[in-house]
Each structure stands twice: as structure tokens, then as C-alpha cells.
Design a protein around this ligand. Sequence first.
Ligand SMILES: Nc1ncnc2c1ncn2[C@@H]1O[C@H](COP(=O)(O)OP(=O)(O)O)[C@@H](O)[C@H]1O
Ligand SMILES: [Mg+2]
Length: 571
Amino acid sequence: MARIRELPPDVYRKIAAGEVVERPLSVVKELVENALDAGADHIHVELEDGGRHWVRVSDNGCGINAGDIPLAFQRHSTSKLSGIEDLDQLTTLGFRGEALASLREVARIQLVSAETEGAGVEMDLEPGGQPRLRTVSSSRGTRITVSDLFHNFPVRRKFLKSARTETNRVVSWLEGIALAWWKVGFDLDHNGRSVFSYPGVDSLLERAYQVLGRETAAELVPVMGDGETATCTGLVSRSRGGGPDRRRQYFFVNRRPVREKTLMAALHNAAAPFLEKGRHPVAVLLLEVSAEDVDVNIHPMKLEIRFRDDQAAFRLVYHAVAAAMGNQTAFPSHPGTADAPGRYSAFVRNAAWSGGADVSQAAEAGSAGNVRENLLLFPGGGPHAGGVRVLGQYRSAYIVAERNGELLLIDQHNAHERVIYDRLRRQAADQGVESAAPLFPMLIELSATERGLLAQKGEILAGLGFELEPMGGASVAVRRYPRLLAEAEVAGALREALQPAEEQVETGGDLSLAGVACKAAIKVNQPLSLLEMQRLADELFACENPEFCPHRRPILVHISLEEIEKRVRRR
Ligand SMILES: Nc1ncnc2c1ncn2[C@@H]1O[C@H](COP(=O)(O)OP(=O)(O)O)[C@@H](O)[C@H]1O
Ligand SMILES: [Mg+2]
């Protein structure tokens, strides 16, 4: 790292100043940010008594030059900034040169740092005292222990919460930062016991698995959005349940954790239509914005930022998340509709899509309205129409097949969803979706919002094969429903079709279709016969977009011969 210098007064006066040390979390935050800035790939945080007794952060980063150590604890001394213009090209988390100086005023500090293996320097600092330095042998990196926080400020010490509360704060912040820095290993210990240990990993998804747990991680889909000068990547949960609050929403701008209302609103608006009422999406979103388009210098703890163009930031996040959640905006396979995302009529009338329409309509006529039978009954698109040969089924969830010399794994649920969706679109465009009447009168309770949407979406619902009659109060009678559905699936599919319109007015039609298709599709954990699988695969490859389901989840895993031969060392 560059040498540490004192900032000239005209520079530091322009930097948002203020108290940065409030509680043990503040100490952890400043020390961990320094460790990341130092390029560490492993960071160990230890707390004693919730950090009220001491906090220690050890890293294996670049270390501090022995001659610079006392300077590091001087106010406005930093190696990360020299002129105010550098703020526009900032790549580090720190820049104010204040943290270590603030810490030495309110706590006892011990530091060991080495730029090269073995050649370390140790320093003890008492508040108000002079640094005492001596050489020691230590591994490369820096270890800072901050003890007896606020021992000289009894009133502020009283504001500290219980050890458990202070620890929880550290845990949530550290988990957040760990998500954005997945290559870095993070360990947290409290009172000598491990709270968590996340080794560095190669992808955000793997880190999400460590931090959010297996179940949540399994529901995450990738988010990818490109703006003109910014990108938004990350993960969002496709679970309809989401989370009960916004606690598992993580936003980073240039890998700096932020709570920023534009970003939160964009996520909410894009995801809410796919979630049950009152639930919140789980998401990790990383924005990369050119440093000049974002101002990080408005809050001493740097939690707040300001976008130069927050409309643009909103749009970027909104579209990236909506595409990930299944919005047709990002549907790539219909050139005619790419510019007019998802306009229902334009979409369904598009003459370009043809694949096997007659075949599947014939199939529908014989359908018993039940998914399983439906699969059995629809005659495929001729013998291996798409050149696909089914070999078997893996874990009752994936069809193993061969096509164009490749080995394919086909996600059976996603594949069936795509097939049904395309069929529904064709039917809706022609004579309307085939419907069935329930054996017994069917009453469904809808929320006020859902009832409000009934009128708005009347035409779309009718096109899908629903015939509904409001019964007064919350109840709606279902006279007819799409034949594809089993009766037990009708209520769920209707709710799915009644996504709040808000931002979705244009795409409402397709969303409703996708919802119905998802409900009607076979699930995983369903054993299928070879014949059933062959038919499904044939019909899948008659679709224009066999790669993605209507919700934009991938359907296929391609494994090339070359890949296989490499693995068995035949090449
Ligand atoms: N863990 C560390 N590894 C290497 N250098 C560090 C570390 N912590 C602090 N430093 C050095 O000390 C300086 C002052 O740190 P700090 O007071 O946090 O200010 P800032 O991070 O804003 O520069 C940093 O600029 C950096 O050069
Ligand atoms: Mg710092």
C-alpha cells in the first residue's frame, strides 16, 4: 500500500466528518474495512463480552510500514487519498484517515503489523499516551486489538447494550460484508467460541450458501443488468414466501454496504408482484457504478450514498430484478417484441412462433385436465422432432438426454412450464384456452387487492380459460378454469395470475400465463416413464426458447463430449 500522509486542511474540510465510534460494531466496521483495503484474503474478528471488553481484527493484508505506524493513528492521515479529486476515483472503502485516530481517543489499542513475514512491529497506545514500539516476529498482515471501549467516557459506555445485542449487530454487519467479498475468508469468534467461519469461495452463490443457508440459497437466481455506465449483478430469491422483513436484503455499491431507499424501492417494485402479500424478497445486489456517479462522502460512517442519477439507478435495479424474477422484458427469443416488452396482444399474435401447435392442440382435446395424465396423453412432435433422445431420469427431477452430440440435463419442472406456457399462448391467440368446469361449485376467497385486479384483468383471465363470478364479500365462484390445471391447483393459479399490476400493467398477460403454467407443470420428485420424458423433451425442443422457462430459470445443462473427454483424460 502507498505510504500514509496527512491530508492538507483544504481537503479534509471537504470530507464528511463526525463521530464514527459508537459501539463495538463501529470498531469492527472500521478495522474490517481497513483489512479489506489492505488486500487481505482472510479476516478474523474476535469479540470478548460483545466487544465491550475487547475487539480484535487480524488480517493477512499488506501490513503497515513500520515508520508509518504512529502516523496511521493521527487524524486525517491516510494512504488512500491525497487530493479531493481522488474521491472521484475511489477504489477503497476508507478515505477519511479518521478511524484509527478516533479509536485511540476512546480505547486502549495494541497493534502488530508486518509488511513482510517475520519483520513485525508491535505498538501499544493508551488514550492520551505516546506510542511505544518494538520489533517482534509476526506473520504478514495486521492485528489490532481495541480494548475497554469508552472506559474514559462512562456515559457513553452506559449506552452500550448487552453483549448479546452488540454481538448480533456485529454478526449481521459482518455477514453482509462477507456476501460482497466472497473471495475473502471471514471468521468470527465470541468469548473464544466460533460464531461462524466462512472460508473464501469462488462465487457469490457459494457465499450466499454459507451466509443465508442452503434452503434460501437453493431459491436464489442470478440477477444481471447492464446500464450505460453501471451494472447490477447479484442474486434474488424466487421463493414466493420471501422473507418476513427486509433484513435479508443486501445492497452494495462498489462493494460498500449501503441502505439506500432508491435501491430498496426498485427491488421491492420489481419483486413484489412475485411474492405473497406482505413478504419481502431476499436479495443480494451489487451495483458497480463509476466512482464519479456516486457520492460516498455524505455520511461519516459511509452508510449513505447519493447517486448522481437516482432514476437511472432505479431503472437499472428494477429491470435487472424483474428480468430475474420472470418478467418478459428480458425475454430474448422474440425479436418482434423485444422493444415492446410483453405487450400481450403483440406477443400472442406474433406469427413467428409455430412449433407443433396443431399437435398439442390435438393433445389438449384428450387431456383429462390433470398434469400427470396430460403429460401421458400429449403426443409428442413426431419421432424425436427436436433430435433429442431421452436416456433416463436422475433423482426424479432431471431428464438425461442426448442431442446434437451433447449430453443434456433437462429440469423437468422448468421444461414443462415452458411447454405449457407456449401452448397457452398459442391457444389464447387462437380460440382461447380450453377450459373445464369444476365437478362441484368452487369458491375462492380473494383479498381486496386481488378482487380489485379481477376487473382489471378480466379479459386476460377469460383468455386463459377462467370464468369467474364475484359472490359478494371476499368470495369468487369459479365457473370454469384452464383445463390444464388440476382442481386443487386452481386457487393457487388464479392468485398467481392476479399479480398486482403496479409496474406490470404491460406484462400482466404474460405474467398471468407464466403463473398458470408454473402451477400446472409437473414438479420435481416425480418419477416419469421414458415415454413421458421423450414426449416432454420433444415438445420442449419444438419451443422457440427451450433454454429458459417463462420465469427465466434455465431449463438445460449442456455437457459437451469435449468436457467429458477432458474429465476422463481422453484428451
Ligand atoms: N489493517 C491494515 N492493513 C494495512 N494498513 C492499514 C490497516 N489499517 C490501517 N491501515 C493504514 O492506516 C491508515 C489509516 O487508517 P484509517 O484511520 O482507518 O483511515 P482510512 O482507512 O480512511 O485511510 C490507512 O490509510 C492505511 O494506510
Ligand atoms: Mg479506515
